[in-house]
Write a protein that binds this ligand. Structure first.
Ligand SMILES: NC(=O)c1ccc[n+]([C@@H]2O[C@H](COP(=O)([O-])OP(=O)(O)OC[C@H]3O[C@@H](n4cnc5c(N)ncnc54)[C@H](O)[C@@H]3O)[C@@H](O)[C@H]2O)c1
Length: 248
């Protein structure tokens, strides 16, 4: 018996990076996976890898978290296939960095739309079934930048800080329905998102991390697994920082 047996996890942004690591880790612990992403090719191959290496079911649904109708359809499809969703991981996210005076309206709006409105859309679409079942785990991926701020990332920081306030509200609104909602705030993690950083920025960043290294996607996935497990049933409305000591 594994700790997530008979659970179904709905994970956004599951085609690569942290989302893909979360899909693997939850499947290895016994959960079936519904991965949602705009990038369908990467998503299909990730889900195939998850199925073949864990033996759990892993299906990919193409969807845009910024579009509520798309998330509602994805949720209905997941319920049709598996009957229920126990775990929602709002992980899809983007960056469009620029200094405030140069930031274009669409850089501001797209980041808010995907990161913050996307988290709201998926939560609204998926929580209905959780309320009915009086059971659910919502785990939202924010960022260290949402608590510390960052030069060139005002849009991203605002979206991630918004996720924290949103999650605490979900936690309060649904605590008596058996649903928990928590945030994981990763520091800097080795994925395509940080691959874009120059060597110099990476060196400066690393010098600010007491553990002197970026994190791995699995460092985040293991915390998701814990928050999704029965052992974490009394934890709600919390922000769990996973950053090698960069923010304390
Ligand atoms: N990598 C880091 O250092 C780091 C640090 C803190 C927080 N995070 C957060 O962790 C999450 C995952 O980051 P990552 O590094 O794996 O990024 P990534 O860019 O490697 O992956 C993001 C995934 O989200 C998908 N996506 C983008 N827009 C979407 C949309 N509208 N609808 C559905 N899917 C969409 C992408 O196709 C991609 O598969 C993000 O929310 C990110 O902000 C990352």
């Amino acid at each position: 018996m594994q700790i997530l047996n008979n659970k179904v996890a709905f994970i956004t942004g599951a085609s690569r990076g942290i989302g893909k690591a979360i899909a693997f880790t939850l499947a290895k612990s016994g959960a079936d996976i519904v991965g949602v992403d705009v990038a369908i090719d990467g998503l299909k191959s990730s889900m195939d890898e998850v199925e073949s290496s864990t033996g759990r079911k892993a299906i990919g649904i193409q969807g845009d978290v910024g579009d509520y109708a798309s998330m509602e359809r994805s949720g209905e499809e997941a319920i049709r296939l598996f009957g229920h969703i126990n775990i929602l991981v709002n992980n899809a996210g983007i960056t469009r960095d620029n200094l405030i005076l140069r930031m274009k309206d669409d850089e501001w709006e797209n980041v808010l739309r995907v990161n913050l409105t996307g988290t709201f859309n998926c939560t609204k679409a998926i929580i209905k079934g959780m309320v009915k079942n009086r059971e659910g785990r919502i785990i939202n991926i924010a960022s260290i930048v949402g608590v510390m701020g960052n030069i060139g990332q005002a849009n991203y920081a605002a979206s991630k800080a918004g996720i924290i306030g949103f999650t605490k509200s979900v936690a309060r609104e649904y605590a008596n329905r058996g649903i928990t909602a928590n945030v994981i705030a990763p520091g800097f993690i080795e994925t395509d998102m940080t691959l874009a950083l120059s060597d110099e920025v990476r060196k400066t960043l690393t010098s600010q991390i007491p553990m002197s290294r970026l994190g791995k996607p699995e460092d985040i996935a293991h915390v998701v697994k814990f928050l999704a497990s029965d052992e974490a049933s009394y934890i709600t409305g919390q922000v769990i920082h996973v950053n090698g000591g960069m923010y304390m």
